[in-house]
Design a protein around this ligand. Structure first.
Ligand SMILES: Nc1ccn([C@@H]2O[C@H](COP(=O)(O)OP(=O)(O)OP(=O)(O)O)[C@@H](O)[C@H]2O)c(=O)n1
Ligand SMILES: C[C@](O)(CO)[C@H](O)COP(=O)(O)O
Length: 248
């Protein structure tokens, strides 16, 4: 629950320590170029564009913190943006935990944003922050699905898998980042998951398991995650259009 007596101060943690195996061989994904600029720099700028974000913590590949610090120093960011860099871990969950540990004591709420979602528009960031500041302990940007989803009995790669269920699509959402949290709520969830040894593919999922209600706000198509090579083609096209129109 939020402590309403404290003034709001929001930080963004950007996990950027992944390898990017699904994108194919090359540098760690967050350091690969999009429109000639590392994907991570786009993601930091996307957070810094929100006037609500007071501090950004970048979680670098475990042995890459000095390189990431240099990159940040070489690229222009809004003057008011303070950026810390910490080394990450072997999983996204560990990396987020390392970022949370670096937050100063006056932070009340936090956005967790994948470096792999470099093009999230500022309006989406602002609507997540606003919902948290309005009192929601956990907020995710979400979009309805275009495909029908099947639950299967997982089998060997490439082999047919029996379908066990077809969830009602109207009740499903694809969730994006930034995911926004009352900081104390997210810290409690990470602690509980670390103790139980369970894994989770997103931070909101951890919070759900502690019994706290997570709510959605509208996501944005351009907040997609760069995961596979085709995503990079789409990201280049979106960025080229933005640069031509100067609309971010
Ligand atoms: N040990 C890890 C793994 C992932 N991430 C970050 O979590 C975000 C979402 O993860 P994903 O898109 O899966 O990135 P990768 O783990 O790099 O991708 P892959 O699974 O293809 O290797 C990315 O910004 C990634 O850098 C991280 O900080 N630390
Ligand atoms: C956090 C996330 O982006 C929400 O959709 C997603 O779960 C990350 O998954 P990944 O497999 O670590 O890319």
């Amino acid at each position: 629950m939020s402590d309403e007596s404290r003034p709001h101060r929001t930080a963004a943690v950007i996990p950027a320590a992944g390898r990017g195996v699904r994108l194919g061989p090359g540098a760690p994904k967050a350091l690969r170029a999009l429109g000639g600029t590392p994907m991570l720099i786009h993601a930091v700028r996307a957070m810094a564009r929100s006037r609500a974000v007071a501090l950004v913590v970048v979680v670098a590949p475990p042995d890459g913190a000095p390189e990431v610090r240099n990159l940040l120093d070489e690229h222009a960011l809004p003057d008011r943006t303070e950026v810390l860099v910490v080394p990450g871990g072997d999983t996204r969950q560990e990396s987020v935990r390392a970022g949370l540990a670096a937050l100063p004591a006056d932070i009340t709420s936090v956005l967790i944003h994948d470096a792999a979602r470099p093009l999230v528009p500022v309006d989406t960031v602002d609507s997540v922050v606003e919902a948290v500041r309005d009192g929601a302990p956990a907020v995710v940007p979400a979009l309805p699905l275009a495909d029908t989803v099947k639950e299967v009995e997982p089998g060997a790669p490439g082999e047919p898998e029996p379908v066990v269920a077809t969830p009602e699509r109207a009740r499903l959402r694809a969730v994006q980042t930034p995911q926004g949290f009352d900081l104390a709520t997210l810290l409690r969830a990470h602690e509980a998951i670390a103790v139980s040894g369970e894994g989770a593919t997103d931070d909101a999922g951890m919070v759900e398991r502690t019994g706290v209600t997570v709510v959605t706000v509208p996501g944005h198509e351009e907040a997609f995650k760069v995961t596979r090579p085709l995503d990079l083609v789409l990201a280049e096209a979106v960025l080229a259009r933005r640069r031509a129109t100067d609309v971010y």
